[in-house]
Design a protein. Sequence first.
Length: 453
Amino acid sequence: MWESLRIPQFRWLYLSNTTFFLAMQGQLVVRSWLVYSLTGSEFALGLVSLMVALSMLSLGPVGGAAADRFERRGLVAAGQATVVVAEVIVLFLLLSGKLDYWHILVQVTVVGAVFPFVMPARNAIVADVVGRRRLTNAMALSMTAVNVTRVVGPAVGGFLIWAAGVNVAYSINTGLYALALAGMLGVHRAPVADPSGHSMLHNMGQGFRYVADNRLVLVLLFFGLVPMFLVMPFQTLLVVFAEDIWQVGAGGLGALSGAAGVGGVLGAAFVAWRSWATRRLRLMMTSVFAFGMFMMGFALSPWFWLGLLLVLAGSAFQAVYTTLNNTAIQVLIPDSVRGRVSGFLTMSFSLPMLGVAPISALAQVWGAPVAVGLASMLAVVVACVFYLVSSDLRRMDLLIRKAFRAAARADVERPMRSETAPGPERPGPEIRIGAADRPVSRRPPGSSRRRLM
């Protein structure tokens, strides 16, 4: 389960990522407290989330192309430094008593614009450091840490506000952002994945063409977006279930949020433990079906404690499904377009924020239980349609085994990049990105020139 952490470079990356997301999750609570204290408006809270979502959604392809055009460690470090500067400015305004709501609105817009550049490069660095053969284990460990921060970050942020005040809480989270930047500087620099010198627009077009030409990657991208858009907005509606449905107050809301986070930790840890499993598609389909069913049960549960168990189980299966889906994409794609495809994955982080509007509108008319229940059922139906319609999806396990064999041959031919001098990982011999942009790869004698997808 801990195999990837034996690589020193991945340990630095893991420390930086975990600290960064811990700061981000804690700051969500602290910033919401500040916004509501300054405005007393629920709409002001929603506008903050909307600005972050729009920035991430619109700049995702640009950030992905940048992750392939520029040195990735430097790109992540520059983005994290920008976040630190933005947080320090707001902290100074807060401590001096001059902070206004519009300052926070500008800050979250800047931070939301940075994330699409940081996250694709960060995902690509994981593959650079551990190689595709260890990628499932490394990404599952990373997802486990992220889900731990979902539980710990908000809890610590809320406790610090209560125990020491919002100024101290904001200062500590800003310090964690700075610590994450220091950890990233411990990761080695790597050569640029695509040093062709083409324009940014050309690089973005290559990414879109690659996804259009490789149907399995395209299917997996959309397949992963379904639960994010349809079901994950339930997290915003947890307050409705706590206050109006089960009437358990703020303590119940904290328990529901914590249960969802613990479920995510368990699901991602399970994937890390089962990182060498071969029947991934069966596990993915089982997980998305169970996720939908458990969330439907949660929505319709008449008892709080039953709902608590159901949301924990549903979140665990969601983490299994999402981790396997994202890892499958990362295993299949060559390094030359890894940043651009990761940029499309980054866009999925904004979908729960965008999905809140239609789900909330439905909840306003028919109630939160009906809205979440219908969305969960629709997610299961759509996943089944994907499976029945896409022959590429049904062949996923075979294609991933081929990619793993290619990665194993590459590991035999040369040591891991993180254990020797920095160098890019060669794309697998069966994978190509198109006739015009096909990378040259070394093939074993007698191998055929078959297109994988």
